[in-house]
Design a protein around this ligand. Sequence first.
Ligand SMILES: [Zn+2]
Length: 393
Amino acid sequence: MHPDGRFMETSSGNYMTSSTTIQAIANAFERWAPIGLAESYDNPGLQVGHADRSVSKGLVALDMTPQVLDEAVSSGCHLVVTHHPLIFTPLKTITANSYVSNLALRLAESGIALYSAHTNLDSVRGGVSFALAAQLGLTNVDFLMHKDDALVKLVTFVPTASSESVRGALTDAGAGQIGQYSGCSFESRGTGHFTPATEAKPAVGSAGGPPEQVDEVRLETEVAKWNLATVISAMKDAHPYEEVPYDIYPVRQPYKNAGLGAIGTLEEPVGLEAFLTTVSQTLENSALRYTGDLDQMIRRVAVCGGSGSKFVGAAQAAGADAYITADISYHTFFNVLNTDGIPEIALIDPGHYESERITEVLMLDFLKTEFPDVEWLRTTTRTAPVKTFNAPG
Ligand SMILES: [Zn+2]
């Protein structure tokens, strides 16, 4: 029995205990891939279930399907973790009458929770596209595009004696992360002036005046927009002043710690035909759609797991010889042709599922490392409804 008195029954009927709650798993995921990094249309997070329930066995899949749910039920899982959210748009009813609501109903009836990490997991260093890049053997991998309009500069004015504790609080709350560096900030010294009113409770000086002059530090640091409320709250808790003076400025610099897609280099350049063979075998799709010259040498490769066709221009601008992503439209293939009709970049579409299947491994590895006491399974089913038909002979 667990100290909090919760039991869980496994598929074999044995009772076992676990102290890992769904909330703890969600918190770990969201430290890694903050929800605030998700695209505006997205709906990641806990989709179905009680956050305070315990988990001793979980199942990881790219998509939620009836087969995945059957697998979760028969193997005694309490939680399914997927990349693609099941519920994108609000449900009017929870009935058996549609694919999505029927699955939501069955999950709830089975007492199985569903958690999804989608475009937030696409957007972090080491996320979906980095996993795809590693799977294809790319090295020196970085984001294809960093997130724009994702940063602000936070400036506060602190009595010199308190600057270290305020700076520490800002860093602990996640401010000042630039690429591989954390705790990035700048301070300059000066003099702060103020006159406390009679109702004030000043940290320096007395209520009702006289005017004060205080040695202060101007402390400035970059903060991701999604984290601003947390950082401001931490700053106010650590700051000695009753009225914490701070300014927020827009920053035009891209955010180096978040982005979409990835770009890297093959150890040895190969011809496009050999590269297509590698992609086909690695991603297990025998029918790749592509445009390109089969004799062209490929060294620099951009990738984006899932639907990344709108980033073709970014891949070209980054100097990629090839760009691998899914859901490339017919007309997008035309967009990379030069005036002679020759492709200026090799575009390769291995299929949406095939380009993201590695996400199951990515999430599984993360969960096994973070929660070794929970038994983690990977689905044995191919969750994609799309198949390729190879005619016999
Ligand atoms: Zn996807």
